[in-house]
Design a protein around this ligand. Structure first.
Ligand SMILES: [Zn+2]
Length: 135
């Protein structure tokens, strides 16, 4: 398999995924809305060992509903959100799907969370499991 690649808008941060994401989820929470400047984020979960990054990200320490920190990594030059690491999920890297160079073969998200915050006119993904908050 050819490894997936991605990076921020300006190219200062680049990464390689050495395996396919094992899960994907759309998050409609207000923090993802604020950070992305859009209405939701599409998160791809990969094992930390399979994520290789070149270039430094800046980190914003956020806090989830659980009270546990989540570390939102973004490019300090262009501002693209790139990955998040969550204290509750050690060993996992959550990659923002929009930073991939190609979406070819990426499956639709299996889960949508924080749907109680989703814009009312958004079509939800067919077949996805939905949670008003987190699972
Ligand atoms: Zn950048």
């Amino acid at each position: 398999m050819q490894h997936r690649t991605g990076g921020c808008l300006c190219g200062a941060v680049r990464y390689v995924l050495k395996s396919e994401p094992h899960t994907s989820a759309i998050c409609h929470c207000t923090h993802c809305q604020k950070q992305s400047g859009s209405l939701f984020s599409i998160n791809l979960f990969v094992n930390e060992a399979d994520y290789e990054q070149r270039g430094q990200t800046m980190v914003f320490e956020d806090k989830g509903d659980s009270g546990q920190p989540s570390y939102r990594h973004f490019c300090g030059h262009c501002g693209s959100p790139v990955i998040t690491k969550v204290a509750m999920m050690p060993g996992q890297v959550i990659v923002k799907a929009g930073t991939l160079d190609s979406l070819d073969g990426i499956q639709p998200p299996q889960t949508e969370i924080y749907t109680d915050r989703a814009a009312g006119w958004l079509e939800l993904v067919q077949g996805a499991r939905r949670f008003a908050r987190s699972p």
